[in-house]
Design a protein around this ligand. Structure first.
Ligand code: URP
Ligand code: ZN
Ligand code: ZN
Length: 459
């Protein structure tokens, strides 16, 4: 099957050109002006941007948390991703206590099998570091699982001590893996949480007040210091505050390989949302928490200056009505996480490009090219080039719409950007030459998405 995408403006991280794109089978065959070639199907992209399919390197589908599971599974979550212009996700498999990393990985492979609409890879969350799990890391890298998330928060659930973190980092200096860090000082936070609850401060806003930005800054600094000692790179996930960003900037200015992502919720929402009345603030509980609004400009500067390299979602949806309510009367029991996989591409386009904060090429870099490079998928994914997978978005930058739970495709009963007016829509979304979304029609089927074996960290 050959598809000609005709007359669009092709945007990659490096270039913006008027060109046609010929897709042959699963890959891009040719890019050129006025291509005079036979094709089975022609897509008119006049007045549209043709951009790489998004790569969301941080999702949690079907994830157990706080006695419940995230509301999207691999079918619904990847369908929503496709609707939103994201054609690849990298999700997190979780090691159970006493279990090998391999077993955790295989459990998540089974969750995804036959369900996914977009291509997917896995990071593995390491809960125990010992000789066996270190050996497991090496073996997983051979299977295309090349990044490992560690936690400095959630004592008793996910948190590792510094010695364990340091051991895992040392291992990645030998095996080519990348450590991803949830950087918050979990010990201090837990003390604050217990004190607040004893004092009867139980509303959702206290989630933010007990997880101060300074404790994200401290942990980020510590994570980078440990990585420097181990002589490896580190990737800070869901960076939310100027305190944490300062630690990354300081390290990068010294030439240290410190990398970080932020998420749309930290760019567009704020601590004020956690203070919404009648427990509505619970909809905005995630960790690290939303920060006071004045952190947002710092994060945008970080994106502009490449101190933050990637925008991922940390998509981890919980229904307000029957999941977030688990924490009524005790904010610490509100399942942590926000939905976003469907909206990332457009909110970053609108709030970034339309608002004049970033250019088109930087937009593509943040949502597709940089995650592909960071997580061993480039140049198969993350760009438009001959031989690359034909994961493409024909994007109409003129359509005005309002984000809402009443129209989104994520399987969750609220949208944290409810009512946000945006300009732009992924009109045609193609993965490996198959059209998944065309206007209001969804052509994909579960199982269309394939597992991606990723390469080692390029660094
Ligand atoms: O609140 C969040 N971020 N939930 C998902 C788990 C994590 O720490 O990424
Ligand atoms: Zn995390
Ligand atoms: Zn996460």
């Amino acid at each position: 099957m050959r598809t000609l995408i005709r007359g669009g403006t092709v945007v990659t991280a490096g270039d913006t050109v008027q060109a046609d794109v010929l897709v042959d089978g699963e890959t891009v065959a040719t890019i050129g002006r006025g291509l005079d070639v036979a094709a089975d199907r022609v897509i008119d992209a006049s007045d549209r941007y043709v951009m790489p399919g998004g790569i969301d390197a941080h999702t949690h589908l079907d994830m157990p948390f706080g006695g419940t599971f995230s509301a999207d599974d691999f079918e619904s979550g990847t369908a929503a991703a496709a609707w939103g212009g994201t054609t690849t996700i990298v999700d997190f498999a979780i090691q159970d206590f006493g279990e090998s990393l391999q077993a955790g990985f295989e459990r998540w492979m089974a969750k995804a099998a036959g369900k996914a609409h977009v291509d997917y890879g896995f990071h593995v969350i390491v809960r125990e570091v010992n000789d066996q799990t270190l050996a497991d890391m090496d073996a997983l890298i051979g299977q295309g699982v090349t990044s490992f998330k560690l936690f400095m928060a959630y004592p008793g659930v996910f948190m590792l001590d510094d010695a364990s973190i340091f051991r895992a980092m040392q291992r990645t200096s030998d095996n080519g893996g990348l450590i991803m860090m949830h950087a918050e000082n979990g010990g201090a936070i837990d003390v604050l949480v217990r004190r607040y609850l004893q004092e009867g401060r139980t509303d959702p806003i206290n989630h933010a007040l007990t997880r101060p930005a300074a404790m994200e800054g401290e942990a980020t600094h510590r994570a980078i210091a440990l990585a420097r000692l181990a002589g490896v790179a580190v990737y800070i996930v869901h960076l939310s505050s100027r305190d944490a960003l300062s630690a990354v900037v300081e390290a990068r200015d010294r030439g240290a390989p410190a990398f970080a992502e932020t998420c749309p919720q930290y760019l567009f929402l704020s601590q004020e949302d956690l203070g919404r009345p009648d427990f509505e603030g619970a909809k905005y509980v995630c960790s690290p928490p939303l920060r006071p609004r004045d952190h947002q400009d710092d994060l945008w500067n970080g994106l502009v200056r490449d101190d933050l390299q990637i925008v991922s979602t940390d998509h981890c949806p919980f229904d307000y009505k029957d999941q977030k309510v688990l924490g009524r009367g005790d904010f610490s029991k509100i399942p942590n996480g926000l939905p976003g996989v469907e909206d990332r591409y457009t909110v970053l386009f609108d709030g970034g490009v339309n608002a004049g904060r970033i250019g088109l090429n930087r937009f593509v870099e943040l949502v597709a090219t940089a995650p592909a490079r960071m997580f061993g998928l480039y140049p198969r994914k993350g760009t438009i080039a001959p031989g690359s997978d034909a994961d493409l978005v024909v994007f109409d930058p003129t359509v005005e719409r309002v984000l809402s739970a009443s129209t989104h495709h994520m399987r969750v009963d609220y949208n944290c950007f409810e009512g946000m007016r945006v300009r732009g829509r992924p009109e045609v979304v193609m993965q490996r030459g198959e059209v998944l979304v065309e206007g209001d029609r969804f052509h994909s089927r579960p199982g269309q998405g394939r597992f991606l074996k990723r390469g080692p960290f390029p660094g």
